[in-house]
Design a protein around this ligand. Structure first.
Ligand code: ADP
Length: 522
């Protein structure tokens, strides 16, 4: 036997009067508002009590009012445009619109209307409407639309995937950056990452997101053309209300431009550092030329001596030549050493941060600066007592820092030849896990009111100065994790050592190396 429709069942079970009574009772009890309206101006003929809950009016207040007076002005036209289809075409019409409540605010209603016609004439007698509150749904839809718009217009790459990592949605940026043309390609996530990054996703990111909801880190994505795109990625695991895993979302920020700018800045910085080394070497050139001249003269003298002594002899014994020739070789090696040092210092190279003994570097450098000090009538001293101190640094960068500070100190201490020379000396002191190195001099001290400007690029008080030395030294010290600052000489208690209370002192810190310190390259 066929199951009766609800309407047939209803008809079968009741007579007309009983049915009308039940219908009226349902209308009165319903939380949806049931209303009847006149055709044309949609005046309320009847409204169920739900009108008070939905709109704030009492039944008596709303009966006789035209619904048109309470529609939101923006919806009236829309409603009128659609009205004919309600009456003449389908008979049933559902639509959503704003309706004015008694307190003046508008609420969203969703109404289903049906026209009731005179069976004899076919004229519309009235319109029956069932309305319910749709504000929650409309607000949720609006929020969703707003979120969707943000998602589509953000420059971040947004990707949704199923639990088995298949892509279910990509936003516009993701499609553009990854060069994917289809709106929802059924590609696997593995195709969008480099092998190493996808492995990291699988081994660390997804397990972490499943455990605590999210994971973030830097990875490399790759587009369809095989180009690598560095990104900072936030991976989120989404669960249902019941706690079941539903899907993943990935929000990636393209770091290509930032990384390129960073690399460019680094290259630029390296160029400046290199140029500054060339300048420093240029400043030292005349002293070095003098320094080179000595061994060259020595070599010539040894060779001339050999020439003088043995020039007229047909045969020469090796024993007679051994000493002058060994001296010649040693002197040539000393000259070669100076040239090698210059070349080492001025060549372009990537910094290598490693643990190293400080003392040999300082001794070596002071020896290298000796000719320059002599030329300025300055005495250079190494007063470092921490013979075994090991620091983490790049050797050339450390030399560049020390050289800038020592050359500045020597220039500040310049005294005419014949007068008592002034001193420049180096000290070091342990400070926790760091070593503080000080370059001190007996010069005139820092220019007045200069403390803010000293480390600015191009600040110089010298006729031929560049004003780059201190700026570069500070950035190099900072790249090694330390600090560089000038210190007032009065703080140093120089008078205790019987010296005049004058001069300048520059201090910088370097990390002390414990033996496990690994070697890293920047
Ligand atoms: P430059 O040596 O080319 O002038 P720097 O950046 O090395 O550039 O130094 C900037 C300025 O700091 C110098 O011109 C000088 O006025 C001051 N200065 C640096 N070191 C000393 C020092 N030891 N004594 C006095 N003034 C110094």
């Amino acid at each position: 036997m066929d199951t009766p429709t609800p309407e047939e069942g209803f008809t079968a079970l009741t007579d007309d009067a009983e049915r009308n009574r039940l219908l009226a009772e349902m209308a009165e009890q319903s939380t949806d508002m049931i209303s009847r309206h006149t055709p044309g101006d949609w005046r309320f003929i009847y409204a169920s009590p739900a009108v008070t809950h939905l709109l704030g009016y009492s039944v008596e207040e709303i009966v006789g009012v035209s619904a048109y007076d309470l529609y939101h002005p923006d919806d009236v036209e829309n409603f009128q445009r659609r009205a004919p289809s309600v009456r003449y075409e389908r008979g049933l019409y559902t639509h959503t619109y704003r309706f004015r409540c008694k307190d003046g605010h508008y609420t969203w209603l969703e109404s289903t209307s049906r026209t009731l016609r005179d069976p004899d004439t076919g004229d519309i007698r009235e319109i029956l409407v069932v309305s319910r509150d749709a504000s929650g749904r409309i607000e949720a839809e609006q929020t969703n639309r707003r979120l969707a718009r943000v998602l589509e217009s953000t420059s971040d790459l947004v990707i949704f995937t199923s639990l088995d990592h298949r892509i279910t949605h990509l936003n516009e940026s993701a499609r553009q950056v990854l060069a994917l043309d289809s709106a929802t390609p059924s590609a696997a996530l593995s195709e969008l990452f480099t092998d190493t990054s996808y492995r990291l996703l699988g081994e660390a990111a997804f397990p972490a997101a499943l455990r605590r909801g999210n994971w973030s880190g830097e990875l490399d994505m790759c587009d369809r053309r095989g180009q690598t795109i560095p990104v900072s990625l936030e991976l989120l695991a989404h669960r249902s209300y019941h706690g079941d895993m539903e899907y993943f979302s990935l929000v990636a920020r393209d770091l290509s431009a930032a990384k390129a700018a960073e690399a460019q800045l680094k290259a630029y910085q390296a160029e400046i550092e290199h140029a500054s080394r060339l300048v420093t070497m240029g400043e030292l050139a005349s002293s070095l030329a003098h320094e080179l001249n000595q061994p060259l003269t020595g070599i010539v003298n040894y060779l001339r001596g050999i020439q003088r002594r043995f020039g007229d002899q047909a045969e020469v014994r090796w024993q007679d030549l051994r000493v002058p020739l060994e001296k010649t070789v040693d002197t040539a090696l000393r000259a070669g050493g100076i040239i090698h040092r210059m070349m080492d210092f001025t060549r372009k190279r990537a910094p290598v941060h490693e643990a190293m003994e400080l003392l040999p570097v300082v001794d070596d450098l002071l020896q290298f600066c000796e000719p320059n000090a002599e030329r300025h009538n300055v005495v250079l001293e190494n007063r470092m007592t921490l013979a075994d101190a090991r620091v983490v640094a790049d050797r050339i960068q450390l030399e560049q820092i020390l050289l800038n500070l020592i050359v500045n100190a020597i220039e500040a201490c310049q005294t005419p030849a014949g007068q008592p020379p002034l001193k420049v000396w180096l000290e070091a002191e342990r400070r926790g896990k760091q070593l503080e190195i000080r370059v001190r001099d007996q010069g005139p001290g820092l220019p007045p009111h200069s403390s803010d400007k000293l480390f600015e690029r191009f600040f110089t008080t010298k006729k031929n100065g560049l004003g780059m030395g201190l700026a570069i030294s500070r950035s190099l010290v900072e790249s090694l994790g330390g600090e560089l600052w000038p210190r007032a000489v009065e703080e140093d208690g120089m008078e205790e050592s019987g010296m005049e209370k004058r001069g300048a002192c520059f201090c910088f810190t370097l990390a002390l190396a414990d033996d496990e310190t690994p070697t890293t390259t920047n």
